[in-house]
Design a protein around this ligand. Structure first.
Ligand code: PNS
Length: 160
């Protein structure tokens, strides 16, 4: 069984995240999408809400499971028999920190990280930027899966 994890904050999941999940799901027998805590980021959605959204949007893929984890990603991989971490890379700006984490994770337990280039139409997407644009009334409906957009608008109290 070839298993991969796609870890992230997913606050909330974007079209860019969904694209990486879809493509990873075609390469592995099972994909776990894991909501992890990024200590440098303040959350808009609870971990449970993020998991609900991820379940909804990944259900059609068939081999994607949603989970959460408070702790080191490498320990999650060890406990769940996961051989690979898959990370989407948008642009060169992502590379420095992602490389550092990949090398740290590899030397901690031997788990490998695979970088998947994002599709160009998603290369400028980030959950943080989408939240900022939506907060000030910008239209982000084309950047998020429809159920996620609905929840974001509700959360921001805009109701449109
Ligand atoms: O979506 P993000 O915020 O870019 O995801 C980053 C995340 C949550 C995947 C990363 O911060 C992480 O792996 N956190 C778990 C804790 C951990 O293992 N830290 C050591 C990394 S070398």
């Amino acid at each position: 069984m070839r298993r991969a994890v796609c870890p992230g904050s997913y606050d909330p999941p974007t079209n860019g995240h969904l694209d990486i999940l879809e493509r990873t799901s075609g390469l592995f027998d099972e994909v776990v999408v894991a909501v992890l805590i990024n200590k440098s980021k303040q959350g808009l959605f609870t971990v449970d809400e993020r998991m609900e959204m991820l379940r909804e949007i990944s259900a059609p893929l068939g081999n994607v499971r949603v989970d959460s984890w408070h702790g080191l990603l490498v320990h999650y991989c060890q406990q769940h028999g996961i051989q690979a971490i898959v990370k989407g890379l948008r642009a060169i700006g992502d590379f420095d920190y992602e490389l550092q984490m990949a090398q740290m994770n590899q030397q901690l337990t031997g788990v490998e990280t695979l970088f998947m280039p994002t599709k160009p139409p998603n290369s400028f997407l980030s959950s943080s930027l989408i939240k900022e644009v939506a907060t000030f009334g910008g239209d982000v409906s084309h950047l998020l899966p429809e159920p996620v957009h609905k929840r974001l608008i509700q959360r921001l109290g805009r109701g449109d």
